[in-house]
Design a protein around this ligand. Structure first.
Ligand SMILES: [Zn+2]
Ligand SMILES: [Zn+2]
Length: 435
């Protein structure tokens, strides 16, 4: 892929001679050039911050060092108002730049958490970097061009596992009055602003039977493990009839006690993913039926706990069109290109940005960083190493520039925010119709 570590002085060049007529004449490439310069001027101060977060991985809701470093950095920026430990979470924070004039309110989410035993193998240091760069450059453009509106950067804790830090922020009213939410996520495969992620839920099942001696008097027992095995097999059979985008994983967390005793207790857990929240609900019902089958066949009592995970991410097409335009306008276009024709990029993973996308127009842009030696994907030790490089940092800055240009479009173009919201309403209506 060959990312240059030091970028050349900024010059906008069309990709090739044939595209010369595609360079927009509406001032957008001049704006991008200003944003490019403004983020380049932050490069030297953002690199140590990015490195510090990567070198100090912290688990969900324990991102104290990242919280302190990021808020200290934002406090050092002129005219930003920073709230630490915001909305009842010690490691959540919000930084606000207000033009003082009513206008669109644009926001960026900065994730901070790492993974158990794997460090920053999901590259959230790069997400924080891209969002900080984008927010700062957007504010700079407001200042220079006397634009109306506000920019917010949220430090969003606990994305990994089912922490749902953004859901907690939503519930606490953090996004009230916010018009759009922008974020990005690194990987090695895709560059795309039209990312769809899966909806996800966790179903925990417990079976309560009756113990009996397996040799002496097995007929007195009710076998909880048998109930669980039947459920496991029923789920396995169900997989033949699922949709290609459905994913069901199941594990046994308690396989009973001694083998010469009829098992009084057994437990398992199922994680399900689907392409939409409504499909997830259907799948949830089917898996619950498999659980009931185990109980019915054995006489054990089943107790099912459903833990709602994250909603699927619904990307906003109008915002994504701005993103694509600016991505393609910046020089040194990385591989792979953004898919043409507004194609979705499906990622079989889940994020709480999905819940944000059900609350307001959102973009969760995927970006490819130079892969590690094993071409490891997120959540692998190889990706942890890849997330630490200057090449990965350079890609995060590129994303920051493009996110900022997208936000500036919203602030600058009259009526664009209404178009974006209309699209969001149409997307939400289409989802409701599927229900
Ligand atoms: Zn992750
Ligand atoms: Zn992640």
């Amino acid at each position: 892929m060959g990312e240059k570590e030091e970028e050349d002085d900024f010059i906008i060049v069309p990709m090739d001679n044939e595209c010369a007529e595609n360079v927009p004449q509406d001032g957008s490439h001049e704006r991008l050039s200003e944003i490019d310069n403004s983020i380049e001027s932050l490069r030297a101060s953002l690199w140590p911050l990015n490195k510090f977060i990567h070198e100090n991985p912290e688990l969900a809701f324990e991102e104290h060092k990242a919280h302190d470093a990021l808020t200290k950095f934002m406090r050092s920026q002129k005219d930003w108002h920073v709230t630490t430990s915001a909305y009842g979470m010690e490691t959540a924070w919000v930084a606000v730049y207000d033009s003082g004039k009513a206008g669109p309110v644009v926001s960026f989410n900065a994730e901070m958490d790492a993974l158990p035993n794997l460090g920053h193998a999901c590259g959230h240091n790069l997400i924080a970097t891209a969002s900080l760069a984008a927010g700062l450059a957007t504010a700079e453009m407001i200042k220079r061009h006397n634009l109306s509106g506000k920019v917010l950067i949220f430090g969003t804790p606990g994305e990994e596992g089912i922490g749902g830090g953004k859901i907690r922020l939503l519930d606490a009213g953090a996004y009230e009055g916010v018009d759009i939410s922008l974020i990005s996520h690194p990987g090695i495969l895709n560059n795309s602003p039209l990312v769809r992620t899966t909806a996800f839920a966790r179903l925990e099942v417990e079976y309560f039977g009756r113990a009996a001696h397996a040799a002496n008097s097995p007929w007195l027992g009710v076998n909880a493990l048998d109930a669980l095995v039947i459920a496991y097999n029923a789920v396995s059979v169900l997989r033949q009839q699922t949709m290609p985008s459905d994913v069901i994983g199941m594990g046994i967390t308690d396989g009973g006690g001694a083998p010469n005793i009829i098992h009084a207790y057994a437990a398992g857990v199922c994680v399900i993913r689907a392409s939409s929240a409504s499909r997830l609900k259907e799948l949830q019902q089917k898996v619950s039926a498999c659980f009931r089958a185990g109980a019915e066949a054995t006489g054990a009592r089943a107790e099912v706990k459903i833990i709602q995970g994250y909603a699927d991410h619904v990307p906003n097409r109008i915002l994504a069109a701005s993103y694509t335009k600016y991505w393609n306008l910046l020089p040194d276009l990385p591989d792979p290109p953004i898919p043409s024709g507004g194609q979705f990029t499906w990622i079989k993973a889940s994020t709480d940005q999905g819940n944000i996308s059900y609350a307001m127009p959102s973009v969760n842009a995927s970006f490819a960083i130079p892969p590690g030696t094993q071409a490891g994907q997120p959540h692998s030790p190889d990706f942890e190493k890849a997330s630490a490089t200057k090449g990965a940092f350079a890609r995060a800055l590129r994303v920051g520039k493009v996110l900022a240009a997208t936000a500036v479009d919203v602030l600058k173009k009259p009526g664009l925010i209404d178009e974006i919201k209309d699209q969001w309403r149409r997307d939400m209506d289409a989802i409701k119709e599927q229900d």
